[in-house]
Ligand binder design. Structure first.
Ligand code: MSP
Length: 649
């Protein structure tokens, strides 16, 4: 259907605690998916919310000494704040204590009871309160919950309950999975679902004795509806079913439903589709079971005290880098989808986050924008130059990669999509190095230099469009620095990714680094190990230096803090570098090939204990190491981002 709304859901959250970096994940990812589909020009309904009728929510309220309703009313807004802080823009927020939801849950219950899918019986079994789940006898060992993420004691529960006739759906579920190869993803979790269903499905108890919290069973208020049965129905409530037929028709079925791996198999891929089959409704197009985040190799848990909030991570990143908070939030969003293919487990560490920030964001993306804009400022008075030709290699890289990125994002392969975008950034940085606009300017080829810089601006513009679902604030800032080439609010994947849309002749402001690098202190020098005596070389020693002589060289990584031309010397730049211990001035003969502004922030290799020398009146304290290619100097840089002061051995 043409005007089908792209309908996307996250699990709804238990309101016993606000989200940490792990459980904020599905909602951050969903925001990326929603923004991507909006960018494709689709209408989107992106829904998240809170799961409030659980026993554990009532217990958390009791522990706080608050009436449950008051407790949930207090916590639910905290979720909305967390999402706002993470720049998550959902279209609807559902709370399962809302009247609109209670009405739909009772309607579903009634319909399924009327058709015989729900019946009354006595239930006895093992129940895990934190997971709100009944388990089979065979699944329990040592009286503990079999969910490896939980492993807390289970309780023996005996009650007269309503049952959902899940067993009747076993074959139909398997047929559905078989016939819809993309319905359950990733593939390895789909296989888990098939194994689970093939073990045999039992009817499921879907009510509890009413202890004052939960949605009452219609016409039998002594019982409340089991929280999972109630919670899954939220996906239906927000569509307006069954009253708002017009809305429901536009929205249903869900296009993508994201869920964590522990609630994927038995709830989202078994109970939920069986309920929909019972109601005679279409099944979701895709259910995706994502992996879990750990922190520095440890499971995230409140008792370990490592349940760090995403807001805190973003504030720390902003504080330590000097980037804006919005940019720091974007960097966290980027990190979380770039780190591992979506679906797999991942590990968070501060060092990992800073590594991505410094290398992918500051060195690659930030550098592309900064050096391009600073050269436009120096050579073209801050006005975007008119290109006289087309940088074909960049144009075709952008156009073909944009298609691949689109299909990767469509397929929820975020890390692959971002890798592809970064390959274009790398190509553009390499293009600048090879075309060397500073040399073209020296040679009087201003038009050629203009074409180079126009082209790299065009790449930056295309990159801003493509990264906007993941890093909306960064994209907006790049857009602004590129002189607002069109209305940012109306950017669109199909139209905005055509080459050459950047207007020339527009004045831009000077570049403002979006990602100031974070300096990690160099690790304390380890005590030098006793060097083994080198074997006496048997070769001619005249041209060789001894190991002791080599050891005298103090070669280390330094960061360029500022760079300017040495007056009256075409080839010389005067650099201030941070060598890990302090700042020093070094004169380098690289002015023909490097634009001073483009060097600031770069890590270089410095010979630190060279005797000082005066060059054109400036004292140089050390030497920058560079490769010599037919007289052209190409400065060396470390393969990975390492702190200033690191020794080169
Ligand atoms: N209320 C149920 C879902 C009902 S959906 C109809 C629930 N809530 S939850 O608050 O416990 O979890 C919300 C989401 O966070 C789930 O998708 C869960 O998988 C996810 N995560 C919880 N811890 C996580 C990590 N450490 N890492 C990644 N996701 C995590 O379950």
């Amino acid at each position: 259907m043409d005007n089908k709304v792209f309908y996307l859901t996250t699990p709804i959250y238990y309101v016993n605690d606000v989200p940490h970096i792990g459980n904020a994940y599905p909602t951050m990812v969903a925001d990326i998916v929603a923004r991507f589909h909006k960018l494709l020009g689709e209408k989107v309904l992106f829904v998240t919310g809170t799961d409030e009728n659980a026993t554990k929510v009532a217990e958390a309220a009791e522990a706080e000494g608050l009436p449950t309703q008051e407790f949930v009313d207090r916590i639910a807004p905290a979720f909305e704040k967390v999402w706002k802080d993470l720049n998550v823009q959902y279209d609807d927020f559902i709370r399962t204590t809302e009247p609109r939801h209670i009405k739909v849950v009772q309607e579903v219950f009634r319909r399924l009871r009327d058709k015989g899918d729900i019946y009354k019986g006595t239930y006895e079994g093992w129940y895990c309160v934190p997971d709100e789940t009944f388990f089979r006898e065979s699944e329990i060992t040592d009286g503990l919950c079999p969910n490896p993420e939980c492993r807390r004691p289970v309780r023996w529960v005996q009650e007269e309950n309503y049952y959902f006739r899940l067993s009747a759906y076993q074959d139909r579920l398997l047929e559905w999975i078989e016939a819809n190869s993309d319905a359950l993803r990733p593939e390895f979790r789909k296989n888990e679902v098939i194994r689970f269903i093939k073990q045999g499905l039992q009817d499921m108890s879907i009510s509890r004795a009413n202890r004052g919290w939960g949605i009452p069973v219609p016409d039998d208020p002594d019982n409340v509806i089991y929280v999972w049965f109630d919670a899954l129905i939220n996906y239906l409530t927000v569509t307006g079913w069954p009253d708002d037929e017009e809305k429901y028709k536009k929205v249903w079925p869900p296009d993508v439903q994201l869920t964590g791996k522990e609630i994927f198999v038995r709830f989202h891929c078994t109970l939920w589709p069986a309920m929909l089959m019972g109601l005679g409704l279409e099944l979701p197009k895709q259910l995706f079971g994502h992996g879990f985040w750990s922190i520095e190799g440890e499971k995230i848990s409140k008792s370990k005290g490592n349940a760090i909030s995403p807001a805190k991570v973003a504030s720390d990143l902003a504080e330590q880098s000097g980037a804006s908070r919005d940019v720091a939030v974007d960097a966290l969003r980027y990190f979380m989808v770039r780190e591992v293919p979506f679906g797999q487990d991942a590990d968070y560490s501060w060092a990992g986050l800073v590594g991505r920030f410094n290398s992918d964001l500051a060195n690659d993306l930030g550098n592309l924008l900064n050096r391009t804009l600073s050269m436009i400022k120096s050579y073209f008075g801050g006005v975007i130059p008119e290109p006289t030709g087309t940088a074909e290699e960049l144009k075709s890289a952008v156009e073909s990669t944009a298609n691949e990125v689109q299909s990767a994002f469509n397929n929820l392969e975020f890390s692959r999509g971002l890798e592809l975008i970064w390959s274009i950034i790398g190509a553009a940085n390499k293009y600048i190095d090879e075309q060397a606009p500073w040399r073209l300017m020296k040679e009087g080829k201003q038009q050629e230099a203009g074409t180079v810089l126009y082209s790299t601006c065009e790449v930056a513009r295309a990159v801003a469009v493509m990264i906007s679902p993941v890093m909306p604030s960064v994209a907006r800032e790049m857009w602004k620095q590129l002189g607002n080439p069109g209305d940012f609010e109306s950017i669109n994947w199909n139209d905005s990714l055509k080459w050459g849309l950047l207007p020339s002749g527009k004045a831009i402001a000077g570049p403002q680094p979006i990602f100031p690098r974070i300096e990690e202190k160099p690790k304390k020098e380890e005590k030098p190990k006793k060097e083994e005596e080198p074997e006496k070389a048997k070769v001619e020693t005249e041209q060789l230096i001894s190991y002791d002589e080599f050891k005298k060289l103090d070669i280390r990584i330094a960061e360029i803090k500022s760079a300017e031309r040495v007056k009256g010397a075409d080839k010389l730049l005067q650099l201030v570098v941070d060598d890990g211990e302090g700042e020093r001035t070094v004169v380098a003969g690289i002015a023909l090939w490097y634009e001073p502004e483009s060097l600031v922030g770069r890590k270089v290799v410095l010979l630190a204990n060279l005797q000082p020398a005066k060059i054109r009146g400036v004292q140089s304290n050390g030497m920058l190491l560079a490769a010599d290619i037919e007289g052209r100097a190409i400065i060396l840089k470390p393969d990975e981002d390492v702190p200033a002061g690191s020794k080169v051995r």
